[in-house]
Ligand binder design. Sequence first.
Ligand code: AHR
Length: 503
Amino acid sequence: MKASVLAHKDFTISKIDDRVYGAFLEHLGRAIYEGIYEPDHPTADANGMRGDVIKLVKDANVPVVRYPGGNFVSAYNWEDGIGPRGQRPVRLDLAWHTSESNAVGIHEFADWCASVGTEMMLAVNLGSRGVDEARNFLEYVNHPGGTYWSDLRIKNGRKEPWNVKLWCLGNEMDGPWQVGHKDAVEYGKLAANTARAMRMFDSSLELIVCGSSNADMPSYPDWERIVLEHTYEHVDYISLHMYFANRDDDTPTYLGLSEKLDTYIETVAATIKQVKAKKKSKKEVYISFDEWNVWYHSNKKDREILDGNSGWPHAPGLLEDIYNFEDVLMVGLILNTFIRRSDVVKIGCIAQLVNVIAPIMTEKGGPAWAQTIYYPYYFASLYGRGTALQLKTNSPSYETKHAKETAYIDVSGVHNEAEGTLTFFVVNRHPTEAIDVELSLQGFTAGEIIDHQVMTHGDLKAVNTAAKQQEVAPKRGSGASVANGMLSLKAAPYSYQMVRVKV
Ligand code: AHR
């Protein structure tokens, strides 16, 4: 089989916002406790943060991390997580049927972000709380001093304000599972009032209003329209969430889910335009895809705790999906979709970062390692920065319930002018056929291949574990070549690859 791709230097989609390669950390399961924070761990730093996890996060150059939830934020009192540790209250976490020690709060998280070199993206509680909590939290985090909340931050050990720019106005407020769930009008009004108050403090904040929890919600896509009608002039982004699953063990259909993702983005982008036109606004609103990942492997195991049959444990192993090779392909496809939609998707957060549906796993007192999906995320974050190219791809295709035609070869291309590189991320969805791919590089003076990494595996269900950390890992590719402005490569059946060319 053959596929062809045409890339032209002047045919671009958008400058990619680096923050599309962000991540998410929630007070959930072992994400915070035993994930990033384990004071007794042999690699722990002076703040009790695991050094091995810091290294894996740093390696992936994560630009922004959303915190503290998630469903957790909708009944969270941020004040519980400040002040001397010994005096912080233990609370019930209704979202995940667990207990929260509050040993980690905003100060510890901020210090950890500084250690890994990432920005904070904070969510305010618009479930059980509202405008008042949001304005106080903002003052605590961003005001230099001389007021009640800012002086309390200084007293608690942090002199300089953190100056956090990105703020989420609640989380998944359309979901009946959410503490303080609201209908679109109720939420739209609350979000608008909260945004107005936050902007009175600082008009340059970047605010994110909640879109639907997923594209199957009964209120979707009216939710987006109604919420934006209330908030359009006060916010910069609308959030989308989507989780991917292969419950029927039907790989071709599973890998076709990126078509559903694409339609989801297209529909919300159209809704944004509709509201913009209705409001006769000159302002743009973009998409923050602040929760995405594969999530289903752990569903059955988690029922016991989520149904309340285990009491209220602290930091139990929840949502610990162990990812396989097939999930590498899915994550590669999701990231390709974000690159191709970089004109509207400006922020993205892989959900989540450590232990909880995460690319990084840890063992208490033991090692931290990269799950299979770490690698496509890592490659996109490191090399998917620059300008997205509008590629013309011709590939044989197949039909799924998500789309009439799903190309076997899925590709995204990024030109980094400053570095003089062209990077392609290529997924072959074909179960049995290797596909020869010819990429015509027009308007570029293509030089040598500077990196070529390939992921394949004989077993779609192969996983990485503490004992076998490199079972599914990238290998240096061979056989790709550049001649006469043409990049040629072979994509093995069910494979992911990243190839970089000097231009
Ligand atoms: O990431 C896990 C959960 O998924 C989040 O808490 C919630 O926002 C979503 O439903």
